[in-house]
Design a protein. Structure first.
Length: 178
């Protein structure tokens, strides 16, 4: 019986609604990724599993540099357990509202699309995570990030995380320009 209930819950969790560019825009703001992320930022975030349990929280300092052709983001993560990680993204604008990007651990290229006040960023990554034994293991997951410009200095990000095609959780991040 428990197996049936667990399978039903996973199926229902997979059917939850996610953002879409078909959704109406609730703001007249226009997100320009290269403007927002050029400079220093700080972000606060957490990962929640599909049951809603917060599994990890973090603070990220970001140094962004837009040189007119590429956006470079140096992200320094500090997790609640004191562990650290650095990820360096290189993004290239491929059209008026489209982007591609790379970072260590990312499989192939990330792709992104801007529309009005929002940005959708998709990629697959080998993500280092602590295991129950305290060792670090690597999980291959996919991210479907949705970002909304809330004000000229704040951006909200919800990242839907999947493994083997199944939802495993959501990362919520609030970015602030310093």
């Amino acid at each position: 019986m428990r197996l049936i209930l667990a399978a039903a819950f996973v199926l229902l969790a997979a059917c939850t609604g996610k953002p879409s560019f078909d959704d109406p825009s609730l703001s007249d703001r226009k997100l320009n990724l290269e403007e927002f992320f050029d400079g220093e930022l700080v972000a606060y975030g957490q990962f929640q599993d599909i049951f809603g349990t917060v599994r990890r929280s973090f603070v990220v300092t970001i140094d962004g540099d837009w040189d007119g052709e590429r956006l470079r983001l140096v992200e320094d993560f500090v997790y609640e357990d004191g562990s650290t990680e650095q990820r360096i993204w290189t993004l290239t604008k491929t059209g008026p509202d489209s982007w591609v990007g790379t970072a260590p651990g990312v499989i192939g290229q990330a792709t992104g699309q801007e529309q009005d006040n929002r940005f959708n960023w998709k990629y697959e990554i080998d993500l280092p995570v602590p295991s129950a034994t305290g060792e670090t293991e690597t999980l291959r997951v996919t991210f479907d990030d949705w970002m909304w410009l809330l004000s000229e200095d704040r951006l909200l990000n919800l990242a839907y995380v999947k493994r083997y095609g199944f939802d495993i959780g959501v990362v919520t991040i609030s970015f602030e320009k310093i």
